[in-house]
Ligand binder design. Structure first.
Ligand code: BTN
Length: 265
């Protein structure tokens, strides 16, 4: 698998030299964080065919059967964390670019980190940061992406069957997981090159892909559910919401998640 992926990544991409493939692991994000603590380089890529302990945002688990693509990349941008607030959004844009390239359709993004197509979830993103205690700068960031390439044997489990879709299902054709992995790594490498200098452009693209905008949503904070309308996403990835009483506030992905008022999106 590693060989097939490498064949499809441009030779000038330096990330080719630090790519690791595992048939199965607990979580590629956990592996990446372990590697990063031991000094792994910027652009180290970890891929797995299946995960036994895949993790999502807000402490949720992320089901990771065979047939999916599970990938984490270590980044080491030497900047304060405040300059990386848009990292999940930028990763979403790169992931949408990669899907468009290999599957011929452009998925939208449900704020903040879900790749969606026709109201269903194609995949998700989990970014994690670690700071250098001495400098206060980012020591490393791990961007983790999970995408359903094809449906698992016997279909998606019943609890997510209504809201999950695969690349092959959406594209109506077989998708080669090695080609998908290579397209994703290449798109992330390109995204990384403009991560700090091209923030505004990345965020403009994010806003154009964000299917949450303009929708009536529920803002979920612990057990609290508050209805509102999603007005905008700011350049730090914060969601601007107008609540029923006219009050407008910006919520961050660290505090809340959202869902459609009537559906998942
Ligand atoms: C979400 O849906 O909330 C985000 C899911 C992110 C899943 C990916 S799969 C690769 C990486 N390893 C993990 O344990 N999680 C991320």
């Amino acid at each position: 698998m590693k060989h097939k992926i490498l064949q499809k990544i441009p030779t000038e991409c330096p990330w080719r030299d630090t790519l690791y493939w595992y048939e199965a692991t607990n979580s590629t994000n956990d592996l990446a964080k372990g590697f990063a603590k031991e000094g792994a380089a910027h652009g180290t890529v970890i891929l797995a065919g299946t995960q036994t302990g895949g993790r999502g945002r807000m402490g949720r688990s992320f089901l990771s059967p065979e047939g999916g693509l599970y990938l984490s990349v270590i980044l080491r941008p030497k900047c304060p964390a405040t300059e990386l607030m848009h990292l999940t959004c930028a990763t979403g844009v790169a992931t949408s670019d990669a899907v468009e390239q290999i599957a011929d359709f452009r998925p939208g993004i449900k704020w903040i980190n879900d790749l969606v197509w026709s109201g269903k979830k194609l995949g998700g993103i989990l970014t994690e940061l670690s700071l250098d205690a001495k400098t206060g700068l980012v020591d490393y960031a791990v961007i983790g992406i999970g995408i359903n390439c094809r449906e698992p044997e016997g279909g998606f489990p019943s609890d997510i069957a209504d809201i999950a879709v695969s690349l092959s299902g959406a594209a109506g054709k077989d998708i080669d997981p090695a080609a998908a992995a290579a397209a994703l790594i290449t798109a992330l490498w390109k995204m990384d090159m403009q991560l700090l200098s091209g923030k505004k452009a990345l965020m403009d693209t994010y806003r154009s892909l964000c299917v949450t905008l303009g929708k009536q949503i529920l803002v979920l904070r612990g057990s609290d559910k508050r209805p509102g309308k999603a007005l905008d996403v700011n350049d730090d990835g914060g969601l601007v919401v107008e609540y029923g009483d006219g009050y407008i506030a910006t919520v961050s992905s660290g505090e809340v998640s959202v869902r459609g008022m009537w559906d998942y999106v």
